[in-house]
Design a protein around this ligand. Structure first.
Ligand SMILES: Nc1nc2c(ncn2[C@@H]2O[C@H](COP(=O)(O)OP(=O)(O)OP(=O)(O)O)[C@@H](O)[C@H]2O)c(=O)[nH]1
Ligand SMILES: [Mg+2]
Length: 431
């Protein structure tokens, strides 16, 4: 299978709670506040591991959780920070948010790390809330909840070499004779619907991964045929083998075909033509092939798509003619060609799941005198409130007012002494 994919639940650790404490004895305010901060919760981090080739391991383990930070302590002592949870994944893993479909990142480099869920920061202890007006605050924050989400991981094997060309030029046939892959081969167009991969091994010990891509046609870059989703795979290959059918059975001019395919590549991304390209003249066992190739070469010599005219390698997959020379040349080019960066991924900003909470909230009035509040940011602020201390609660009340919650409650009809509920906690509305 070319694409392997799994869904995994990740939960970063919550920050530890801040503490309310005072120097010397508890509740002797003149000693001053001394409650420490909570420690940071562990994050969930994906790490590239070159030794892995599949996402198989995730078929059995689908949940990952990092530890919570330790709570703050007396004498201004900060709670311990939790260790990050590091998950090894193969190169070529693309990570998206399973709920929104948004790209989180792409693991393409050795030793690369990607934070997928951030640990919550520790809540602040009461030392942070002292002010001239309130020198002995009974306010502390609970730790911030760690990020929690379902990620989808998709493994896109990074092929070194991509076979590109019109339908039926013999891409799958070539792959089947130079690797142990068994792609479907047919005398009709669009036999190949998804890319096939194979490993080419040369006698001199070199090897590389070859991908047989679905045929391209005119307009592929704009979504015609199957092309566009696979052009993305070409982006990742280092050398392009451009196959051109010389048999004449399709009744197209081979040079015309060649120009059209390059046009599709460059319309999708002009950088694709910077990939080293080898022209492979296929089906050379057919009667008219030699003549067609000679005409093709004349036109190619006058073409200036590339700075230097690409080399042409005539082959026949049936008689196996020309294959050794083609593969040796491909391996030589690979030795000289660096990895190309995948575009549009490194600069993707990924959502900060903990601090980016949606500020919208909802007021519901399920029965007379009861108002239920919900919403991501509001619930997060609530979870960070230390309910054991009146002053912390009042701070929360001020935060709600700042968000416009009081006004919204009034607008919904809430009156003095009505019950306001958030998650499993209820309190009285005071207008
Ligand atoms: N005579 C001859 N026929 C070939 C050769 N290579 C492939 N063919 C034939 O060409 C037809 C198309 O071959 P495929 O390998 O399926 O072509 P493809 O480029 O993968 O086509 P799509 O997957 O549809 O894009 C089949 O009937 C093959 O048997 C060759 O070297 N010589
Ligand atoms: Mg095919």
């Amino acid at each position: 299978m070319f694409v392997d994919q799994v869904k995994v639940d990740v939960k970063a650790g919550n920050g530890g709670n801040g503490m309310v404490a005072f120097r010397r004895e508890k509740f002797v305010p003149n000693g001053g506040p001394a409650g420490g901060d909570g420690g940071r919760g562990g994050s969930i981090i994906l790490q590239a591991d070159e030794g892995l080739r599949t996402l198989m391991d995730f078929r059995y383990t689908r949940k990952f959780k990092a530890d919570n930070g330790g709570n703050g302590m007396i004498k201004q002592m900060t709670g311990r920070s939790a260790q990050d949870k590091v998950i090894n994944v193969p190169l070529g893993t693309v990570v998206t948010d399973a709920d929104t479909g948004k790209l989180i990142g792409d693991i393409t480099e050795k030793d690369q790390r990607l934070v997928v869920a951030k640990g919550g920061r520790g809540g602040r202890g009461n030392i942070h809330f002292a002010s001239p007006k309130n020198p002995a605050p009974e306010i502390a924050e609970n730790g911030e909840p760690g990020g929690e989400l379902t990620i989808r991981m998709e493994l896109k094997v990074l092929a070194d070499v991509g076979l590109v060309g019109f339908p039926s030029v013999g891409k799958s046939t070539l792959l089947s004779v130079v690797t142990s892959a068994k792609p479907k081969i047919g005398a009709y167009h669009f036999t190949t619907l998804v890319p096939n991969l194979g490993m080419v091994r040369l006698d001199d010990g070199r090897d590389f991964v070859m991908a047989d891509l679905p045929g391209l046609i005119e307009g592929a870059a704009n979504g015609v045929g199957l092309g566009i989703q696979f052009l993305r795979h070409i982006e990742r290959t280092r050398v392009i083998l451009h196959l051109v059918d010389m048999s004449g059975i399709e009744e197209n001019d081979p040079f015309d075909d060649y120009v059209k395919i390059n046009h599709e590549l460059t319309s999708y991304d002009p950088d694709l033509l910077k990939r080293p390209q080898i022209v492979v003249a296929t089906k050379m066992d057919m009667p008219d092939a030699a003549d067609n190739l000679a005409k093709f070469k004349v036109k190619l010599a006058q073409d200036n798509t590339f700075e230097t005219v690409p080399a042409v390698y005539p082959i026949s997959a049936i008689t196996q003619q020309g294959l050794t020379a083609l593969l040796a040349q491909t391996a030589d080019l690979l030795d000289k060609t660096p990895q190309f960066p995948v575009k549009g991924v490194d600069d993707v900003e990924h959502r900060d799941y903990t601090t980016d909470a949606n500020p919208d909230f909802k007021v519901e009035n399920p029965e007379e005198g009861l108002y239920v509040l919900s919403g991501e940011k509001l619930e997060r602020l609530f979870k960070m409130t230390d309910l054991n201390h009146e002053e912390s609660l009042m701070r929360f009340a001020r935060q709600l007012r700042g968000m416009g919650v009081d006004d919204a409650l009034r607008a919904a009809g809430a009156k003095n002494d009505d019950t306001i509920q958030i998650l499993d906690y209820a309190f009285q509305f005071m207008d």
